[in-house]
Design a binder for this molecule. Structure first.
Ligand SMILES: [Zn+2]
Length: 204
């Protein structure tokens, strides 16, 4: 298994802890938050150390490809793509992300914040008839509504010619490649949207 894929593994594990709560809601939430907060400590240095030789789109060797300078929340970093085509694909995706930075930030951080609070309160029984599963449905709906547009519309935009300013750090997508992450957004986003709608339907 590729080390990048291994380092990406905490991301789906966190999502499973949040949505399936295998150790009960509170312990699963705590473990998920701890994994989420510590991920950057080892995943980001690993990705940055390989930023100049791994394609940000497909993860294949990119020693001679074009450079991609990206203004991330934690500072400006330089990455590389294996070909002009893959550099353009990154410029489309991140151009869309930069143009919709506020939407993406509100969608991801807002949903996460609401979910964490609602998950604790529903577990403690402080939200009346609302249950942990309802908080999970809100989480799935909010994340799906955010990543589906990015996944589908991010490829329709012309490649961004100016500086790439993104609202999220790019080391996570660098671990498995932006192409893989785009498809995860499309597929997981669609599944979560359906799951959230089915949940609301059943609750009504
Ligand atoms: Zn490539």
């Amino acid at each position: 298994m590729d080390i990048g894929a291994l380092l990406f593994l905490p991301v789906p594990v966190v999502l499973l802890l949040f949505t399936r709560a295998p150790f009960g809601p509170l312990a699963s939430l705590g473990l998920g938050v701890a994994l989420m907060l510590t991920h950057r400590l080892y995943a980001r240095p690993w990705a940055l150390a390989r930023a100049s030789r791994r394609c940000l789109w497909c993860t294949r060797p990119a020693d001679a490809g074009s450079e991609l300078v990206i203004e991330e929340p934690f500072g400006t970093t330089t990455w590389r793509a294996c070909s002009d085509d893959h550099a353009d694909r990154v410029r489309r995706l991140l151009g869309w992300a930069g143009a919709h930075g506020r939407f993406l930030k509100a969608g991801i951080l807002g949903t996460l914040g609401i979910f964490l609070i609602a998950a604790v309160l529903t577990t403690l029984g402080w939200l009346g008839p609302l249950r942990h599963a309802d908080a999970v449905a809100v989480f799935r709906l909010g994340i799906a509504a955010t990543v589906l547009p990015l996944g589908w519309l991010g490829s329709t935009r012309p490649p961004e010619a100016g500086p790439l300013r993104v609202p999220f750090p790019v080391h996570i997508q660098a671990l498995v490649g932006s192409w893989t992450v785009t498809w995860l957004f499309r597929v997981v986003g669609a599944v979560w949207l359906v799951q959230a709608i089915v949940h609301v339907w059943q609750r009504l």
